[in-house]
Design a protein around this ligand. Structure first.
Ligand SMILES: [Zn+2]
Ligand SMILES: [Zn+2]
Length: 223
């Protein structure tokens, strides 16, 4: 197994450690988030979509649409955690199971296309760092015990590598790979476009953010 496949897990650790250091969402975190959205979108348009349609496999369009709708449903439970913010009762002491499950389903699906493209791997890693950071800040500020916080992040971190392992080592899934990947691309499409949409909140023009978004799009094209 390629050790690089553990990078999405390391992204979670990096996000957590940065959250412990920064203690709040800084403009830099939002720039990284905007970069990750543009980078992901660029990989979707320049690599993933053309490849998916080139397979000639049936049901690609339907799977894309279902992936997009699935992420809308997951957002309902994760309150937007997968694209950069969380609205949840911070005084709750119980393990946030709905949040955990929706993030895990997302992360597991995300692991599939990682198995077939290093570019997707980098897209996922870059997108996971700010997400893990924002999620960690939420957990740190919640009244959950430290053990529960770390358990949450540890299990969540395992999901994407697990999705990749399933894609690599369960041969029965091979004929369905184009459809599963299309489902994942639908999920990415929703996350990437929402990040970009929300990064221009209140339609305030922000030169730095625009440059960061252009850099992300260019990086995704060049990679
Ligand atoms: Zn949102
Ligand atoms: Zn994601």
């Amino acid at each position: 197994m390629n050790v690089l496949l553990l990078l999405p897990f390391l992204a979670i650790i990096l996000g957590y450690l940065t959250a412990r250091t920064l203690k709040r969402v800084t403009p830099g975190v939002n720039y990284l988030l905007a970069f990750s959205g543009a980078f992901l979108l660029s990989i979707i348009f320049f690599e993933l979509l053309p490849e998916l349609f080139a397979t000639g496999a049936p049901h690609i369009s339907g799977a894309l649409m279902i992936g997009m709708l699935l992420q809308i449903a997951l957002d309902y439970f994760s309150k937007g955690a997968e694209h950069g913010h969380i609205h949840r009762d911070k005084t709750a002491k119980d393990f946030p199971l709905a949040l955990f499950l929706s993030l895990s389903v997302h992360a597991l699906i995300e692991g599939f296309p990682v198995a077939h493209s290093d570019h997707v791997l980098w897209g996922v890693v870059i997108h996971k760092i700010p997400i893990a950071l924002i999620l960690s800040l939420f957990l740190i500020q919640s009244s959950l015990s430290k053990g529960k916080q770390l358990l949450f992040l540890f299990l969540f971190g395992l999901m994407t590598p697990l999705g990749t392992l399933v894609a690599l080592y369960i041969p029965q899934l091979t004929p369905h790979k184009p459809v599963i990947n299309a489902l994942a691309v639908g999920v990415f499409l929703h996350v990437a476009t929402t990040i970009l949409f929300e990064s221009s909140k209140d339609h305030q023009f922000n030169q730095i953010k625009l440059m960061v978004i252009l850099a992300g799009a260019l990086a995704g094209y060049m990679i």
